[in-house]
Ligand binder design. Structure first.
Ligand code: PLP
Length: 336
């Protein structure tokens, strides 16, 4: 039995999810005529209190579309240096939107209003226009750290004062929400747009939903088409998303519990120097200086445990729907 901990994107649809996919009613989504896609977009939008949603292939696509709608050529996006939109989207901010970034060093990827306030550009022709602030919750590169709502409220206040839209890369927003017990509606009030991934902890094979006003989503739909993301009978995939929203949110807590146990287990190993706080479903640990993460990941691999290198001496595990108590038990036996 292989223990897959490289990412929460490795999950395969359960028989019940597949059943929902097989029996989906579909149509041509480019013509906005796929009832299951429409149902998924409306359901997600309603959960967060938005007017509209747009179902896309990936979180990279929903983030990049959002950025493209919010900014113009030559503008800048303010975000943390650990942001997925900056580090892991192929340079898309510059390539797709011809915008620059103003990178801040937050606390495990989380920014504060005072940090952002310092870098918002004054209205002066020398500077790029600070056109978008983008947050990530939970922060992947920050080891699954999540924001306190009050901190986001302060940032929102600053955005309103400066007339700058606020975007959320919510690839793992539900991991944050099940920990804080906050309502998605609270988040909808704070962000001009949110990208929600269905293919991470929620366990669908494909898909993310971008949320915003009707006008924003109309523009986003045009950008999606331009990027080649207009698709046809996508309802088969949307059905998996609807199933996931109905069935796979509350159980994320289990992933968090198992991640914490993995963290405690790894802390006992002499090769491990430091474990980042385990707040949700991500465990990042630092090896001692003599051990390269690539070598360590290879050793784990030989024990049937798949992990991801996350820096020269950093390794990442991510727990998910297909990592059960049985896997956890086997994991502990194999690493100790
Ligand atoms: C996975 C992820 C995304 C989107 O990734 P895709 O693989 O393009 O779906 C965006 N942001 C964060 C923080 C992620 O972890």
């Amino acid at each position: 039995m292989t223990i897959e901990l490289r990412s929460d994107t490795f999950t395969k649809p359960t028989p019940a999810m597949l059943e929902a996919m097989f029996s989906a009613e579909v149509g041509d989504d480019v013509f906005e005529d796929d009832p299951t896609v429409i149902a998924l977009e409306q359901k997600t939008a309603k959960m967060f209190g938005y007017e509209a949603g747009l179902f896309c292939t990936s979180g990279t696509m929903t983030n990049q579309i959002a950025i493209n709608v919010h900014v113009k050529q030559g503008d800048e996006v303010i975000c943390d240096a650990l942001s997925h939109i900056y580090l892991y989207e192929g340079g898309g901010i510059s390539a797709n939107s011809m915008a620059s970034v103003n990178l801040l060093q937050g606390n495990r990827g989380r920014l504060t209003a005072s940090q952002i306030k310092e870098v918002i550009q004054p209205d002066n022709i020398h500077h790029p226009i600070s056109a978008l602030i983008s947050l990530e919750n939970t922060v992947n590169k920050g080891g699954g750290a999540y924001y306190q709502l009050t901190d986001i409220q302060e940032i929102k206040k600053l955005c309103l004062e400066n007339n700058i839209p606020l975007h959320l890369d919510g690839a793992r927003i539900f991991n944050a929400l099940v920990e804080t017990q906050e309502s998605p509606l609270e988040y909808g009030k704070l962000f001009d747009s949110i990208s929600v991934c269905l293919s991470k902890g929620l366990g669908t094979p494909i898909g993310s939903v971008l949320l915003g006003t009707k006008d924003f989503i109309k523009k986003a739909r045009r950008v999606r088409k331009r990027l080649g993301g207009g698709w046809r009978q996508a309802g088969y995939l949307a059905a998996a998303g609807i199933y996931a929203l109905d069935n796979n949110i509350e159980r994320l807590k289990e992933d968090h519990t198992r991640a914490r146990i993995i963290g405690e287990t790894m802390a006992k190993l002499p090769a491990v120097e430091e474990i980042l706080p385990v707040d949700t479903n991500i465990v990042i640990f630092r090896l001692n200086d003599k051990i390269l993460s690539s070598d360590y990941v290879q050793q784990l691999n030989e024990k049937g445990i798949r992990a991801a290198t996350f820096g020269k001496h950093l390794v990442r595990f991510v727990t998910h729907l297909d990592f059960t108590d049985e896997h956890l038990e086997a994991f502990q036996k194999r690493v100790l």
